[in-house]
Design a binder for this molecule. Structure first.
Ligand SMILES: [Fe+2]
Length: 256
């Protein structure tokens, strides 16, 4: 079995991105919430049941100002927050976790509201036959939004297809379909003035899996009040083949 070089895998994976959904509500229901029989929601003793998309007193709290130094995004502090999230959920803190983390606020200056952290574990290598898979872990702070985006055909051999297994916390995963955003899901002002295009989604809890039902469709997600750690599986990820709905976010992502 080939040994995975996690450092090189991280560089290959770059950023991470989730998505979901189907063309119709019924398709979407088929794509969402397929619980693995072997997995159970990972609610920890003493924690409140998650019912909204914003932080509760029972969970972690972060101040956006703490992630900026002289107006610049402080990557080190952002990584420390993710480590804190990992400790909260008892995600394994391996020795090079901080080095492996990729974090971004997408240039918004609002990391606690919109951003992402991830570690790439393996990514498709188009030059190696048989390597047609990708896996990475994504980390979202409480109530943090992963911006609306979609995947086009890029440097790889196919358009990205992806799915998400929620390990800790929960995430409201959104894509195409009949609008049904609950009132607790509030789009931050830094994302297209507080707007999105696709508005059909569902809370996906720990132990549940959802996937993109239609390739090339737009999708985004937002963590629940405790945050969320999930594993993303895909055929491949290519940064240059990601497009974001918010023009400023799109420019920032493609230039960084
Ligand atoms: Fe995606």
């Amino acid at each position: 079995m080939e040994k995975i070089n996690r450092r090189s895998a991280l560089l290959a994976a770059g950023a991470a991105f989730a998505g979901v959904v189907a063309g119709t509500a019924s398709e979407s229901e088929a794509a969402f919430g397929r619980r693995r029989n072997s997995a159970k929601p990972n609610e920890q003793a003493g924690q409140k049941t998650q019912t909204s998309g914003r932080p509760t007193p029972a969970g972690l709290r972060f101040n956006n100002e703490d992630f900026y130094t002289d107006g610049k995004f402080n990557v080190d502090k952002a990584k420390d927050a993710i480590i804190e999230l990992c400790r909260y959920f008892k995600y394994p803190i391996f020795s090079d976790l901080k080095d492996l983390l990729w974090v971004s606020d997408y240039g918004t200056g609002r990391f606690t509201e919109l951003g992402l952290a991830c570690i790439g574990i393996v990514n498709h290598d188009k030059d190696k036959l048989g390597q047609t898979f990708m896996m990475q872990d994504l980390f979202l702070l409480p109530g943090q939004m992963l911006p609306e985006h979609w995947h086009i055909k890029g440097d790889g051999i196919a358009v990205k297809n992806e799915g998400w297994f929620i390990r800790w916390g929960k995430s409201f995963i959104v894509g195409i379909g009949s609008p049904n955003l609950p009132p607790e899901i509030k789009i931050p002002e830094c994302h297209m003035g507080g707007t999105v295009e696709v508005k059909h989604g569902k809370w996906v809890n720990a132990g549940e899996y959802a996937q993109l039902a239609k390739i090339e469709s737009k999708h985004w997600q937002m963590a629940g009040p405790e945050g969320c750690i999930l594993t993303e599986v895909a055929n491949l990820h290519t940064n240059s083949a990601v497009r974001h709905n918010d023009p400023a976010i799109n420019d920032h992502f493609l230039k960084n």
